[in-house]
Ligand binder design. Structure first.
Ligand code: GLC
Ligand code: CA
Length: 545
């Protein structure tokens, strides 16, 4: 495969609201990121992906943008942004922005104009339809609300919103609208950013005619949540190809599309290198299976994506982000083996085919947080899921338990910097609760401890930089059926990297042949003898030949 910098890079995701507060208002900000940029350099990451930091009324924490050309008041100013970019670049760290163009905020001037009357020139920047017999234009449910339509009294029609009521969908069929988006992207590229993460990008093309979904399965409110209808419609690739021709290729930037409900075959349409559309996608097959994920299923998914994409298009690897719970709590053991299992999961993400994405705090082994009442949740999606569960007849306790395991609020709690008040995140009152385990789990402690998860991440990142087989090599699963051990190999030009992971709380027997002939690079326990013939709980080993 062609060598490209973003294939060799490690990406670190910063959720600005929760990273570091510099002025005591309880909300993280751009100056806070600048304060901590040496920390990111020490970790060794190549790219920062910034969650949205544009002006926004924050109905969905910045994913509802009211001005693409300015910074959210809570986060700072464009001057701060330019400084952040310069400080990052001075350390050889690139910065990619979140591009949210499936929708804007309902407070965006385009929408205010669009809703003002049926014949406003910006009417077709959004998707307006008359109701049907006094009801919504179709039966679609949205991600965050019962119906995907909102009636607007001003002009007497409904507008489409696949997310919240305050996130009206843009109409990508309008060429004028598209040109405004491209002009905005160009403006950011001229400022010097290095790429975009494309939010909900497989939703920008709507099914022609906006037909009812005929799926039987209805939401508790009687609508139909139908990903096959609202996502991945034919034509997404054409819009993105236009974006590539106008922006991505001329500015030579990196792109990663967020695409839920894609199969590897659909993904190939977008990442096929011969087509030159986007570099890689964030797919959801692993994280969406988390409730029934077994180790053989995980291996199957990884193998499937590899076999369709290898040699043709690039992949990304992640287990957590601002929409997912903390990975060590879901896929590892966040009590007895928190440190070991956090390191094992990191080993996997950094050695499977594809570019690794680290979510802030993952390198400290930060865990889920139990919220004891729905009132403690800020997140619009968690509140919607809670309401739906109650409506289906679940008890408050059951719904809270589900949220505790899977809610996206888990990953949004403030970053744990040290053992001082509020984990050193803020001198004020944090916007969201800090996890009470911060005295034990924090960056200051991690930096001081040579055996910490943080320092293990550094080793992994350095290894990946050194060993091109991990980046470009073939992938082979040696034990596809095994329910506890995940053993695979990456190989390139005769170099062989073998990775052994014990995904369990038990010591597990290991065939001696799996280690013989290899030398140990490193593992996640301090005393290692590969001749022992077993692996300890959550042990991971990297061997090289
Ligand atoms: C993406 C974002 C998520 C947001 C949604 C709507 O899935 O990651 O946080 O709520 O898009 O913009
Ligand atoms: Ca602040």
């Amino acid at each position: 495969m062609e060598k490209r910098w973003w294939k060799e890079a490690v990406i670190y995701q910063v959720y600005p609201r929760s990273f570091k507060d510099s002025n005591g208002d309880g909300i993280g900000d751009l100056n806070g990121i600048i304060e901590k940029i040496d920390y990111l350099q020490l970790l060794g990451v190549d790219v920062i992906w910034l969650n949205p930091c544009y002006k926004s009324p924050n109905d969905d924490n910045g994913y509802d943008i009211s001005d693409y050309y300015s910074i959210m008041d809570d986060f700072g100013t464009l001057v701060d942004f330019d400084r952040l970019l310069a400080e990052a670049h001075a350390r050889n760290i690139k910065v990619i922005m979140d591009l949210v163009v499936n929708h804007t905020s309902d407070e965006h001037p385009w929408f205010l104009e669009s809703r003002s009357s049926k014949d406003n020139p910006k009417r077709d920047y959004y998707i307006w339809r008359p109701g049907k017999a006094g009801k919504e234009p179709n039966n679609w449910a949205s991600f965050f609300t019962p119906s995907a339509w909102q009636f607007d009294k001003i002009s007497g029609e409904y507008y489409l919103h696949l997310f919240s009521v305050k996130q009206p969908d843009l109409n990508w069929e309008s060429e004028k609208m598209r040109n405004e988006i491209f002009a905005m992207m160009q403006w950011w590229c001229e400022r010097g950013i290095d790429g975009f993460r494309l939010d909900a990008i497989n939703a920008i093309k709507k099914r022609s005619g906006l037909p009812d979904s005929h799926k039987k399965d209805k939401t508790p409110h009687g609508y139909v949540f139908d990903p096959d209808m609202i996502l991945n419609n034919e034509g997404v690739a054409d819009f993105l190809k236009e974006m590539n021709d106008r922006i991505f290729t001329p500015y030579d930037i990196m792109t990663v599309g967020e695409t839920s409900y894609v199969t590897p075959e659909m993904a190939l349409e977008l990442v096929d290198e011969n087509k030159n559309i986007v570099n890689m996608l964030i797919h959801f097959e692993v994280v969406d299976s988390k409730e029934e994920l077994t180790l053989p299923l995980l291996k199957q998914i990884n193998h499937k994506w590899y076999s369709v994409l290898h040699g043709r298009g690039w992949q990304s690897q992640y287990l957590s982000n601002h929409d997912q719970p903390r990975q060590v709590s879901v896929y590892g053991n966040d009590t007895a083996y928190r440190v070991e299992s956090a390191k094992l999961l990191a080993t996997m993400i950094h050695t499977l085919p594809g570019t690794p994405f680290i979510y802030q705090g993952e390198e400290l082994g930060m865990t889920n947080l139990y919220f004891s009442s729905i009132d403690e949740f800020d997140d619009i999606s968690s509140r919607h899921q809670y309401e739906q569960m109650l409506k289906k007849g679940q008890t408050e306790q059951e719904a809270l338990l589900w949220l505790h395991r899977f809610s996206r609020e888990n990953s949004r709690t403030p970053m744990q910097w040290d053992g001082s008040d509020h984990a050193g995140f803020t001198k004020g009152k944090p916007w969201l609760r800090v996890n009470p385990n911060y005295c034990e789990v924090n960056a200051e402690r991690a930096l001081a401890d040579g055996e910490s998860i943080f320092h293990y991440y550094r080793k992994l990142i350095a290894l990946r930089r050194r060993e091109k087989a991990i980046v470009y090599g073939d992938y082979r699963d040696l034990l596809p059926e095994d329910e506890k051990l995940y053993v695979y190999e990456r190989s390139l030009d005769g170099r062989l990297i073998r990775v052994l992971l014990n995904f369990s709380d038990e010591t597990t027997a290991l065939e001696k042949s799996l280690t013989s002939g290899f030398s140990l690079e490193f593992g996640n326990y301090s005393q290692i003898d590969t001749a022992v013939g077993s692996m300890r709980p959550w042990e991971s080993l990297i061997l090289i030949r």
